[in-house]
Design a protein. Structure first.
Length: 233
């Protein structure tokens, strides 16, 4: 939290950072009520079907508090994920799928039903990462086509992109400063190793940052639901 406050203060000033801190703490208190917790169990259908634990309803208080300063955990709805994947005009078996902010790993499990070369999840919060590892171990699906799933516990801002064609999945995993760093890292990676890269951005609140990158071009925008960008080679 101290690191988050310092980064916000550098970017927006101490008063704005303190004000945002207070709003986040109040949001945490409000979301901790029994009624709000019951509402978070509304995403259980995937878990019942596959006998895993990807719901937001069982996220511990520490992980939820940390999430407010990075990105609150929220799993992707399966039908929407399939719609987003259907928007990609690619041969999946030549691409590596990377989820930045992979949480409990639901997106990694859903991606495994496509024939990706490899699937990588990057998650900062250790509690969520540990659950994702267990979910990957337990997951069984007759539709599974990729078993090379690697969860990594680290800051997405420090992640080094592999030199392979990529599908990069974002569900608002980072605050603005962090997303800018990820975009810079991707730009440098593309400069060193030009290759096909597709970015699927779910709930694209900061889509303007991707649109402003000279290394990327927007391929599709579905209102506030998702946006798709690709490399601008």
């Amino acid at each position: 939290m101290r690191g988050w406050w310092r980064a916000q203060a550098r970017e927006k000033g101490a008063w704005s950072a303190t004000s945002l801190l207070a709003r986040n703490v109040w949001s945490f208190v409000r979301e901790s009520t029994p009624e709000r917790r019951r509402q978070r169990y509304g995403d259980m259908e995937f878990d019942w079907e596959h006998r895993v634990n990807t719901t937001s309803g069982t996220v511990g208080r520490r992980a939820r508090l940390l999430g407010l300063f990075h990105s609150p955990y929220q799993p992707t709805e399966p039908s929407l994920f399939r719609e987003m994947m259907a928007s990609l005009p690619i041969e999946f078996d030549t691409f590596t799928f990377i989820d930045l902010g992979s949480g409990k790993g639901r997106t990694l499990l859903m991606a495994s039903e496509y024939p990706f070369r490899k699937i990588v999840g990057v998650e900062l919060i250790a509690e969520l990462h540990d659950v994702a590892e267990e979910n990957i171990r337990l997951f069984h699906s007759a539709a599974q086509k990729c078993t090379q799933i690697e969860p990594i516990c680290m800051d997405a801002c420090d992640f080094v992109f592999p030199d392979t064609p990529l599908v990069l999945y974002l569900f608002n995993p980072l605050p603005e400063a962090g997303l800018r760093r990820v975009i810079r890292n991707l730009e440098q990676s593309l400069e060193l190793s030009p290759r096909p890269v597709w970015i699927v951005y779910h709930s694209p609140a900061m889509d303007s940052l991707l649109a402003a990158s000279r290394a990327l071009v927007r391929n599709r925008r579905n209102g506030t639901v998702f946006a798709v960008h690709r490399e601008n080679l």
